[in-house]
Design a protein around this ligand. Sequence first.
Ligand code: ADP
Ligand code: MG
Length: 237
Amino acid sequence: MGRIIAVASGKGGTGKTTMIANLSMALGLLGKKVCAVDADLTMANLTLHFGLEDTTKTIHDVLMGEIDIKQAIHTTRYEFVYLIPGAFDWEHVAKADPRDLPEVIPKIKDEFDYVLLDCPAGLQMDAMSAMLSGEEVLLITNPEIASISDTMKVGIILKKAGKNVLGFIFNRYEPHKNGISPEIAEEIMEFPLLGIIPEDPKVREAALSGMPVLVYDPDTKASRAIIETARNLIKTE
Ligand code: ADP
Ligand code: MG
């Protein structure tokens, strides 16, 4: 049976989409069959991280009732890694109802070891629908107090809704700066710390080149941290 994990945060820009692309890649390298799903319906951009061009069948088409979700599964350049892209155009965005996500997403559970859902930030209806489509939740925060506090709020609400909140990723950490340390973040969050990803310019360079940083530079510090985080995620099984 596969795991459906919603990747969530309080604020936008914490690195959810980047981490989904990279964790999918990492889990694939570790022999897991993975599907990354763009469930951020109004701001879909997961496809950019995979450098895919032919993405005519999207999650939006599924929600519009035009195709079955299995028809929207695309292969990527990477072994074991699949993608359900989102549409960019307003036509599709306006017609796809996020409230149907919890009904359609579980249909691919048995096809994969891991389904990772790229969710909108916050607690609005579109974010809630995406986050409630899986059984498990992986939180992402940056090392700022507002980011930690908002992500914690999301975690608490999803836990109350009966979801298994696995823990959080501390992304864009800069150890030499006098910011919040991962240990303090863990104390505040009250959820387990599953990974510390450093601030790394290679992450942005990779995104510009349309590939996960794990492919762009497997040896850079962020890539090594992502592999370790994927291992920790597997251990939560
Ligand atoms: P979200 O999906 O949560 O809105 P993104 O994944 O789009 O966030 O990331 C926001 C920005 O932060 C992007 O420009 C991305 O390249 C950058 N970023 C994310 N993680 C890191 C990191 N560890 N080091 C440097 N830049 C990062
Ligand atoms: Mg995003």
